[in-house]
Ligand binder design. Structure first.
Ligand code: HEM
Length: 143
């Protein structure tokens, strides 16, 4: 797809801007939220025994809507490409990304439900790393 500055003024250009803005904003919340929470955790622990749980619940209220927006806008992104003429490598990256996105969602869910500190740490790390991988694969897809 070739793009020119004039496209921005068209309806298609505006829709493309909306689609990508929503996708990237949701990626910022989903990925950035996890890293911000990990970085703030030592400070939050200082606020009391129940503080990490309360913050985790508040974080979940931000993360899951962002994940839903990523999936919806992700399929919207895919619908703008002609898959039959897309290069095999691009399709392979897309399939890899879908697997990584699903793994990230499952890992974050298991992390939230894990009862042991070890389970929380392992699944939290898997969730964050697979989320960053999804971000990198997204940048590759956008070219
Ligand atoms: C954890 C979830 C996800 C993250 C962090 C993520 C992140 C990103 C990022 C950062 C971009 C680059 C945007 C740009 O440079 O303009 C992107 C593009 C893209 N993403 Fe995602 N994404 C996620 C989920 C999905 C899903 C579920 C799908 C497919 C169903 C998808 C399909 C795409 C496609 C096709 C593009 C290229 C868009 C274009 O160039 O028009 N993404 N993604």
């Amino acid at each position: 797809m070739t793009r020119s500055p004039a496209d921005v003024a068209s309806l298609a250009g505006a829709l493309e801007g909306l689609r990508l803005t929503l996708h990237v904003l949701a990626a910022a919340v989903w990925v950035g939220g996890q890293f911000t929470a990990a970085g703030l955790l030592p400070t939050v622990r200082g606020f009391g025994e129940d503080a990490p749980k309360a913050v985790a619940r508040a974080l979940a209220r931000l993360l899951w809507p962002a994940y839903a927006v990523l999936v919806v806008t992700g399929f919207w992104n895919v619908s703008t490409f002609t898959l039959s003429s897309a290069p095999t490598a691009w399709k392979a990256v897309l399939v890899a990304k879908l697997v990584v996105v699903a793994t990230a969602g499952i890992a974050v869910l298991v992390h939230q439900r894990a009862a042991t500190p070890r389970g929380k740490a392992v699944f939290g790390a898997v969730g964050a790393l697979t989320s960053v991988t999804a971000l990198v694969l997204g940048v590759l897809l956008a070219g």
